[in-house]
Design a protein around this ligand. Structure first.
Ligand code: MG
Length: 169
């Protein structure tokens, strides 16, 4: 595998684990606020991010590339109110999209079609992640300022169930 592509894929393992850590921090914020549904939603999201990390890990292993695990950064978002994690989440997903796109561009440059095919799934996944994050903000703007609305929204988010990623390596 091209050295630059392999390095970017290895770095993405760390970025995905950081995403999991960030969303666990969001879950932690909502747990303290008594919003167990929001907490559940971000716990599930954190699990998905760990899955993403493991997909990149497994892909490198499958292709006989050395995996190097680096330190995971501390979640750095200041969560001032119930909307703050949602806005930070959308911003973060847009950043992750830019990372996936950058790996794709590097793979495209060296005609690494296998890695491009792997990344096709992540390109689609990022579209869904951005939509989910954006929808949460819209719902919070619509219903979050009213106690009953917030209660209903919390109940809805509490129903989210984890399911394993559709991509199998
Ligand atoms: Mg991810």
């Amino acid at each position: 595998m091209d050295k630059k592509v392999a390095a970017l894929l290895n770095d993405q393992i760390n970025k995905e684990f950081y995403s999991a850590y960030l969303y666990l921090d969001f879950a932690n914020y909502y747990a303290a606020a008594g919003l167990d549904g929001f907490e559940n939603w971000y716990r599930v999201q954190a699990q998905e991010e760990r899955d993403h990390a493991m997909l990149f890990y497994q892909y490198l292993q499958n292709n006989d590339e050395k995996v190097t695990l680096e330190a995971i950064a501390k979640p750095d978002q200041v969560l001032t109110d119930h909307m703050a994690p949602l806005r930070a989440g959308l911003k973060h997903e847009k950043y992750v999209t830019s990372l996936i796109d950058a790996i794709y561009a590097a793979a495209f440059e060296v005609h690494d079609f296998r890695t491009m095919q792997l990344l096709d799934w992540f390109v689609k996944e990022q579209g869904e992640e951005e939509k989910n994050a954006s929808d949460l903000i819209t719902k919070m703007e619509l219903y979050g300022s009213d106690a009953k609305g917030l209660y209903m929204l919390n109940s809805e988010l509490g129903a989210r169930v984890y399911s394993a990623p559709s991509l199998v390596l």
